[in-house]
Ligand binder design. Sequence first.
Ligand code: FE2
Ligand code: FE2
Length: 215
Amino acid sequence: MNTEEFLKEIRAPVDEFCRSLDARPPAYSYIPLRSDEERIRVMQSRLFNELRAADLFGTWLKTTPEFDVKAMMAESAHEEMEHAELLSRRIRELGAEPFDYKPLPAQIAMFNAMEGLADTCERVAGFSFAGETVANYLIQMCLKSPEVPEWIKQPYRRITQDEEGHGSVPQEFLKRYASTEERQDRVCRAIAMRMVLFREYLASLDRWAMGKDRW
Ligand SMILES: [Fe+2]
Ligand SMILES: [Fe+2]
């Protein structure tokens, strides 16, 4: 498959996943939440994601031989820590403890599965490409929604600026490095895995943040 066709093929399930969230925005987007208590829970969960993302990028440095991808990962590790700082500060300002949070089982599973990816293309596809695309989509939904209070939107405006800067970078890497059929197949599988796990994490977060499940 040529690279343009390949990129189209891998974008399709991610776009479809994003669209499937339109009708009923998840708690992750903050839109359906009605109290600050619920909103703080979601922010704590998303703070955990930022920290775990920084961990993953840092962990992968040593085993990523491609210079350009390694440089992106190092930069991303730093950025994710900055996001974590923004969110933890915001939670403290609201009088809550940012790290008083037990990660949801599906959330642990999602990151552990990502951490287990050994190939550069799989990592870029599953984590940066698929994951960040969905996350950014939901951030945009959040920023556009009149249901979300300003104190939530503020840190995410900063975060979204960073993420916009990256935009097409993971796709460029995949164009460059997913050049064999075997690597392309791994990329598709990593994306599919990420979508399955992300869906379960969003569903768990819905239940827990909105008080339908104790955890
Ligand atoms: Fe982030
Ligand atoms: Fe990110």
